[in-house]
Design a protein around this ligand. Sequence first.
Ligand code: SF4
Length: 466
Amino acid sequence: MSLITRVRDWERRTRPTDPAIAAAMDRRWEGLPEHVKTPAQLLGRRTTGCEGTHGVFPACDFACKPCYHSADANKVRVDGEHTKTEVAKQMDFLHEQRGPQSHVQLIGGEVSLLEAEDHAATIDLMRARGRVPMSFSHGDVSDQYLRDVALDSDGKKRWADWSWAVHFDRTMFGREGAKKPQSERELQPFRKKFMDMVEKLREETGLRHYVAHNMTVTPDNVAEVAEVVRDSKDLGFRMMSFQPAAYVGNEQRWTSDFREVTDDSVWAEIEDGVGTRLPYKALQFGDFRCNRVSWGAWVDDSYVPVLDEDDADDLHARDEFFRVFKGNYISQDRSVIRWRVARLVLRNPGILPVAFGWFRRFAKRAGGLRALRSGPVHPMTYVMHNFMDARVVAPAWELNKVGEVSDDVEIRAAQERLAACAYTMGHPESNELIPACVQHSILDPNENRELVSLLPMPTRRKPQPV
Ligand code: SF4
């Protein structure tokens, strides 16, 4: 490549706003329903939303109650070639529909059932399509498996960083050493064990990690949420996400009255564990009935939110930030992000006093500059993602497809939420973007039935009489 071509390429990659990303954002904003087009909305401004894979490796070696997989999931063979082929098709489609960069969960079964080489190759092909993959697992994996995925045959790390979403809660049955946990506390050593493994890998190889902790919340464990939040604060997770259980997936795995648990009761538990109010209305991810998110950092023993929804100056800073920093800043090359930001600031120097003002307020909330300098500062995001029940999703989706609105309050609410969905799966075969609620409620059972024929479990020959 000649010098001029390289300079041109660099100039294009470090443009403050990538035209393809800006176009994807505009399309996303245009497609949003009016009720979520608020000043706080992130979709269509900073992100096109999260994405997930589906129908690739539906099997799991746990028996959770509830389980969002359909009853046929465990009759399907986990197949590396099938996974790579189908994930590539889905990522190509999402790239075309949702723009060149996004976060994607490698999900749809237990990812660690994939052979390590297949897992690594799938991450590679996702990254090649501008996706930032997050491997979704129950976390009951060995140190050796982590290394086999993360390191090549020369023992060198394959990537600069690796994201995980790990699920730990006592609705999960099958964990080695805690097959049928009776309390969340019993799982704390297993949370720590996973985080110790990824941290050791980082120390030895430099492979950075971002780990999101997931927990399904039912009437049985809701009172333990605060304790999990408190006890996990120093384990190194970067996100703690709580999902009130929904009536989705395998009906035989439904247990207590899930709907006794409400958004407010779960959020109050998280706040109790954090020890402070968690503002979540300054930034909106889709519909508040689906997602509540509070971004912030632990500064020593205090949690400090990035934005306070009751502070007019914080809201002004948010608005300015949205105006100046259009599009997302996801890149596998951090130097590209730094250059893009630098060029933007040069073009919009007025953002600097706004940024300083925000930092002053953040530092004040943290207890002053000295507190920021002396204590450890650990970024942490608290999330509640509230899946819907299949019984409302099915009619709501049908009505949305024909452009009609239900008279039923619950179904109308589901329609609104689906229209503003922040978590999408790509279906290249039908040219559709499908909300995860629809995927699990409606499409998974058929998809898995087809996979049972396509990828049958290996059958063993009966012992022959001698
Ligand atoms: S998957 Fe369901 S609960 Fe989640 S954002 Fe989409 S519509 Fe809302």
